[in-house]
Ligand binder design. Structure first.
Ligand SMILES: NC(=O)c1ccc[n+]([C@@H]2O[C@H](COP(=O)([O-])OP(=O)(O)OC[C@H]3O[C@@H](n4cnc5c(N)ncnc54)[C@H](O)[C@@H]3O)[C@@H](O)[C@H]2O)c1
Length: 366
């Protein structure tokens, strides 16, 4: 058995592939367009590993996706591929519509064609390493989405449950919301065996340093300002990336068809607190001569339409599937800061653009 992962060179997708192959030998076909956010260096440890196969390509390329599906006969598709940065979606929403909506539509159509051609039957090879024959019943399409589709909460509002109405506020969240609706419709209309996860903000190793936590660590170490939007009191709910990966594995294994599972670790924090925590950890682990890193904090004009608060109610996933995060925010953020201190080369290659050269070298021959 094999799984097809899309967007597996990005932050969460790459962590997922590494975790997957650490946990079992089931091969992964990794389809990634390798946009600026795709960094194959993250998976350098898998070079030469026959269980992992790169394919550079677009989820919207129906001919390519259909060929991969027929050739590799995956038992599941896990869709991480997306444009994911809110600020970029404000400055240029077109790519977000193209990949997150049109791309997901094309992917769903390719997958539907493949799935409909599978034999009907009851065999269930969903457990990692199971080698029973693949059937329509056993196949899964897991769509990875975000809590941002639910919009913004006021102070005191209950956290987002799966039944919360969709109220996306940015081009990013609107495009993800549209993709969630398509996935839902492909289940209800065509019977495609789908699962959707809506997760809160992730953090951890291999996070592209344009997002809050890695940006703060990297800027702090470089002696640069730590830019905090507005009053810094925007609240996000944080989950260590490996806990997100374990939730996806669990939903893939045991989730009920057509269901949505919210994923979160009950870790609501205002952005300014996150930045202060990072400064404190750096003060401890890499003290600087001239005082605290907190002196680099600089407040900047807020992002337009900036959502005030996100919070995830993960009780369905916990109660139904028995999932629990392994990390607290305190342990996860400590591991994250340690990882960035231990991996300056990965950061330097992202910042210099050297990781793009790796991509070009890798694919220039093919
Ligand atoms: N980062 C978070 O905090 C978070 C939280 C909840 C949900 N999500 C969702 O999880 C998924 C992964 O997020 P991430 O943070 O790893 O994103 P990312 O931007 O780090 O990675 C996205 C990956 O998708 C690839 N990609 C982009 N367009 C593609 C296309 N058309 N075809 C194939 N590949 C394409 C990119 O090259 C990149 O490798 C996204 O769907 C995102 O909406 C992210």
């Amino acid at each position: 058995m094999t799984i097809l992962v899309t967007g597996g060179a990005g932050f969460i997708g790459a962590n997922f592939v590494l975790d997957w192959l650490a946990a079992c030998d089931e091969p992964v076909i990794n389809l990634d367009k390798l946009t600026y956010a795709g960094n194959p260096e993250t998976l350098a440890s898998l070079q030469g590993d026959a269980r992992h196969q790169w394919v550079q390509g677009d989820i919207g390329d129906a001919a390519l996706v259909s060929r991969l599906l027929v050739e590799h006969r995956p038992r599941a598709v896990v869709n991480f591929a997306a444009e994911s940065h809110v600020d970029r979606s404000i400055h240029g929403p077109g790519e977000f519509i193209e990949t997150n909506i049109v791309g997901t539509f094309n992917l769903l159509e390719s997958v539907r064609g493949y799935w409909q051609a599978l034999p009907k039957g009851e065999m269930d090879p969903r457990v990692c390493g199971d080698d029973k024959a693949l059937t329509q019943t056993a196949f899964r399409f897991l769509h990875v989405s975000t809590d941002e589709v639910y919009g913004s909460l006021a102070k005191g509002d209950p956290a987002f449950a799966e039944t919360h109405r969709y109220e996306p506020n940015s081009p990013y969240s609107a495009s993800k919301a549209a993709s969630d609706h398509l996935v839902r419709a492909w289940h209800h209309t065509y019977g495609l065996p789908v699962l959707t996860t809506n997760c809160s903000n992730n953090y951890g190793p291999y996070h592209f340093p344009e997002k809050l936590i890695p940006l703060m660590i990297v800027n702090a170490l470089a002696g640069k300002p730590l830019p905090v939007y507005g009053d810094g009191m925007q609240i996000r709910d944080w989950l260590y990336v490996k806990d997100h990966c374990s939730a996806i594995r669990r939903v893939l294994e045991a989730g009920r068809l057509g269901e949505v599972y919210n994923v979160g670790g009950w870790n609501e924090k205002p952005n300014i607190e996150i930045v202060q925590t990072i400064c404190k950890l750096l003060d401890e682990m890499r003290p600087k001569a001239d005082g605290s890193y907190a002196s680099q904090i600089t407040y900047v004009t807020d992002r337009p339409g900036h959502d005030r608060r996100y919070a995830i109610d993960a009780r369905k996933l916990e109660a139904e599937l028995g999932w629990k995060p392994a990390e607290t925010f305190e342990s996860g953020i400590r591991k994250t800061v340690e990882w960035y201190l231990a991996n300056p080369e990965w950061v330097a290659h992202v910042q210099s653009g050297a990781y793009r050269e790796w991509v070009q070298k890798q694919y220039s021959a093919s």
